[in-house]
Write a protein that binds this ligand. Structure first.
Ligand code: ADP
Length: 447
């Protein structure tokens, strides 16, 4: 096992990874930008290296600075968290070139999965169902031809997409040209790549994903699903496991598809297969996130498996101690708290936290970097805390989530706390019968 590891991230995920390192008796080296010099992850780490000024492109995304932070402190491995460099194959290669173990999949597998078109091709080859659509990069006229064939509504998507960017729903043929232009421009701005493709829009549908862990000895563990259909602008807000929409047979079909795909692409370390689930029970692959995900704690609560510790063990060459299907029990829900202002269309609301009182009590976990007095810089993600609960069944877990959210007190900035409470209390959430369209429809009522 490693003795010292660089945590190439900030915020709650850096804190999360440092905790796992310490539990394994490994020293943690943090990196930080000037904006984060007083942040919790810097204080929890055994050492911290300043990597640049506040903008991420000058600090957390600067590969030479991050690599130098690892090599000069004598780290053997790098954990990327999620976001920033976590899915950047050039970063993986830079780690390997500098004799650093990257805690994640190899660069070639990551590159194949990062391009959504090649990812879908690989899935089809592994007999995993994919959403009907174009097979390669697409011009406006090719998009029109594809739409005529598969039928409206369609979704225009960026090959390099992520975080819901470069994505447009097109209901009618006359909207296609403008939507294409806007989506391609957004993709160019966000990813430096305007390549687009077309998918049939599956509406209503649910977003259900399967967590996997794969070691370097050919072993695969699937850890069940997470239901992530409560979304705003294609961004997840509340996740839970198990999904009310899956029968045991449907769950096994999805997990078997994920396992098949892992073996077909020789996947390594932690990954998540995202699927859309139609009302008729059919499911379709949309992407493989080749990294740890924000919502991984939901799976940890239900399986008792610490995914970050497993990632580190796998990266160190150890064999998975549990293989096949992870045992699981009970019900877990995660609520993301975003520093966003509900009164101004949820625009980011950075600032100083004048009071932070996290919830406590049975079955409650809080993953955050927030403290009373801490400052949320305007440069990074607006997700600032995750509240995760577990209980023996769904109704109890929902009640526990509501109780814990009511106990949560964040003063100094507006957050999405009250929106989350409204969603938990809503009829669709209570019944478990919701889709990716539910939150937008509900917002007219609750926010
Ligand atoms: P990103 O990588 O930008 O997060 P994804 O491909 O993961 O994009 O999709 C994000 C969300 O967009 C999904 O969870 C779902 O709500 C919606 N979505 C994606 N593809 C489709 C589709 N073909 N039909 C309907 N909704 C979709």
């Amino acid at each position: 096992m490693f003795t010292r590891v660089l945590v190439a991230n900030r915020g709650e995920i850096a804190v999360r990874v440092i905790r796992a390192l310490h539990e394994l008796g490994i020293e943690a080296v943090a990196i930080y930008s000037t904006a984060d010099k007083d942040a919790l992850h810097v204080r929890l780490a055994d050492q911290a290296v300043h990597v640049g000024p506040p903008p991420a492109t000058d600090s957390y995304l600067r590969i030479p600075s991050v690599i130098a932070a690892a090599t000069t402190t004598g780290c053997q491995a790098v954990h990327p968290g999620y976001g920033f460099l976590a899915e950047n194959p050039a970063f993986v290669e830079a780690c390997v070139d500098n004799d650093l173990v990257f805690v994640g999949p190899p660069a070639d597998v990551m590159a194949m999965m990062g391009d959504k078109i090649s990812a879908k091709q690989a899935m089809r080859a592994a007999e995993v169902p994919t959403v009907p659509g174009t097979e390669g990069s697409t011009t406006v006229s090719a998009a029109r031809a594809a739409a005529d064939e598969i039928g409206f509504p369609i979704l225009l998507k960026a090959t390099a997409g992520g975080g819901g960017k470069g994505m447009r729903l097109v209901q009618l043929p006359e909207e296609l040209e403008d939507a294409f232009g806007m989506a391609a421009a957004e993709a160019e701005a966000a990813f430096g790549d305007a390549t687009m493709y077309v998918e049939k829009a599956l509406v209503p549908a649910r977003h259900v994903e399967i967590q996997v862990l794969c070691d370097h000895h050919g072993n695969v563990l699937t850890l069940g699903e997470r239901e992530c259909s409560i979304q705003r602008r294609h961004q997840k807000l509340i996740e839970e496991s198990p999904s009310a929409a899956l029968s045991p047979e449907a769950r096994e079909a999805m997990e078997a598809a994920a396992e098949r795909a892992c073996r077909a692409v020789d996947y390594r370390n932690a990954g998540t297969f995202e699927f859309l689930l139609g009302p008729d029970g059919s499911f379709y692959f949309i992407e493989l996130n080749a990294r740890l995900q924000v919502e991984h704690p939901v799976t940890e609560m239900c399986t008792g498996i610490d995914i970050v510790r497993e990632q580190l063990r796998i990266a160190a060459g150890e064999e998975l101690s549990v293989q096949g299907r992870a045992p699981r029990h009970g019900h877990s829900i995660e609520i993301r708290l975003n520093a966003e202002d509900p009164e101004h269309d949820f625009r980011p609301s950075p600032g100083r936290i004048t009071l932070f009182e996290p919830p406590a009590g049975p079955g409650v976990r809080v993953d955050t970097f927030l403290e009373t007095g801490s400052v949320i810089p305007p440069f990074y993600d607006s997700m600032v805390a995750k509240l995760i609960v577990w209980d023996t069944d769904r109704a109890a877990a929902v009640a526990r989530a509501e109780r814990a959210l009511r106990e949560t007190n964040v003063e100094g900035i507006p957050t999405t706390r009250d929106l989350a409470l409204a969603v938990l209390g809503s009829e669709p959430f209570r019944s478990g019968e919701y889709s990716t369209s539910t939150l937008e429809a509900l917002r007219a009522v609750v926010a």
